[in-house]
Ligand binder design. Structure first.
Ligand code: XMP
Length: 305
């Protein structure tokens, strides 16, 4: 890893020269690692842009901005929540949603990039991203289309690595454990965990449910590859007090994997699952039923959309 860092730092310095580079920093392991690698190479001449899409996890925007400013990164935070929700209104098809999010992301990022006037774009693409995109399984959310429009040259220092290697690299780069040990989170954010239309109300429900799942997994000291909740968008009948309820259904997905290419549903202790279910139905009044997804990948993908 040490020699990998030296090599990549040298490479980035050589390519960027005296120029400037930008990176879309999501706070995920990949973009964080790519950003710190580039920061090590070109310092202040790396401009990190963090876009709040409105589709992020609870507390995430504040956490990411603080963490990376503390690490010294030259970071610009953009709040684009309303723009994303507006563009997503009425969109139900999963691929269409991903495309809309990708497009708006590129627009927002392009505006920032123009202000900065960089010549290079650093991307945290890792091996499974381009392997899966090539297979046409799901369109991956990245800043596609942007390099040509802005005449940016792409630098992808992590493109031959897998997730576990990226984590080792992050550790070596001094990135805090709370970043490199975290679970992967998809580019389209909570939109990949909402079946059907994405709106602020539905995002709020799935965001709360996700937070509960993450908290309980942490409390139980389990270390899955990913653990999250999905809003299925189907209502089912329940009974609360003595009154009939007709409310939302949430699915919980907890998987083990080494690279995200294949995954197994985790054999989570039943008490933990019940605790999650209890908390979701008690803390989120819109939900009356919780299901656990026991499917492996393949055939089911990790995310639902
Ligand atoms: P799937 O759902 O395809 O996910 O089995 C495999 C892994 O990739 C994450 N994922 C994404 N990551 N952009 C990303 O950067 C995306 O568009 C995206 N979609 C899924 C997913 O969370 C899992 O870890």
């Amino acid at each position: 890893m040490k020699s990998f860092i030296e090599e990549k730092v040298r490479e980035i310095r050589e390519i960027v020269g005296e120029g400037r580079a930008i990176i879309a920093l999501s706070g995920g392991v990949d973009s964080s690692t790519a950003a710190m690698l580039a920061y090590k190479a070109i310092g202040e001449r790396l401009h990190a842009v963090f876009v709040n899409t409105g589709l992020l996890r609870k507390g995430e925007p504040e956490f990411v901005v603080k963490t990376f400013r503390d690490l010294g990164l030259n970071l610009i935070a953009v709040n684009a929540e309303e723009r994303f929700f507006k563009a997503l209104r009425g969109v139900r098809d999963p691929e269409e949603k991903r495309k809309v999010i990708g497009r708006v992301f590129v627009e927002v990022f392009e505006e920032e990039a123009k202000k900065i006037g960089a010549e290079f774009l650093i991307q945290g693409t890792i091996a499974p991203d381009w392997i899966e995109s090539r297979g046409g399984i799901k369109s991956h959310h990245n800043v596609g289309g942007l390099p040509e429009r802005l005449n940016l040259r792409i630098i992808e220092p992590l493109r031959d690595l897998y997730k576990d290697e990226v984590r080792q690299l992050a550790k070596e780069l001094g990135i805090p454990e709370k970043i490199y040990a975290r679970m992967p989170f998809p580019g389209p954010g909570l939109a990949a965990r909402i079946i059907g239309e994405v709106n602020p109300e539905r995002v709020r429900i799935v965001r709360e449910a996700n937070a509960i799942v993450e908290e309980e997994i942490e409390r139980a000291k389990l270390r899955p590859w990913q653990a999250f909740a999905v809003l299925l968008g189907i209502k089912t009948v329940g009974v609360q007090g003595d009154i009939r309820a007709y409310k939302e259904t949430v699915a919980v997905r907890i998987v083990e994997s080494t690279d995200g290419m294949t995954a197994n549903a985790m054999n989570v202790p039943f008490e933990v699952l019940q605790r999650i279910a209890f908390r979701i139905v008690s803390e989120i009044p819109e939900v009356c039923r919780v299901l656990y997804d026991i499917t492996n990948k393949p055939p089911a993908t990790i995310e639902f959309e």
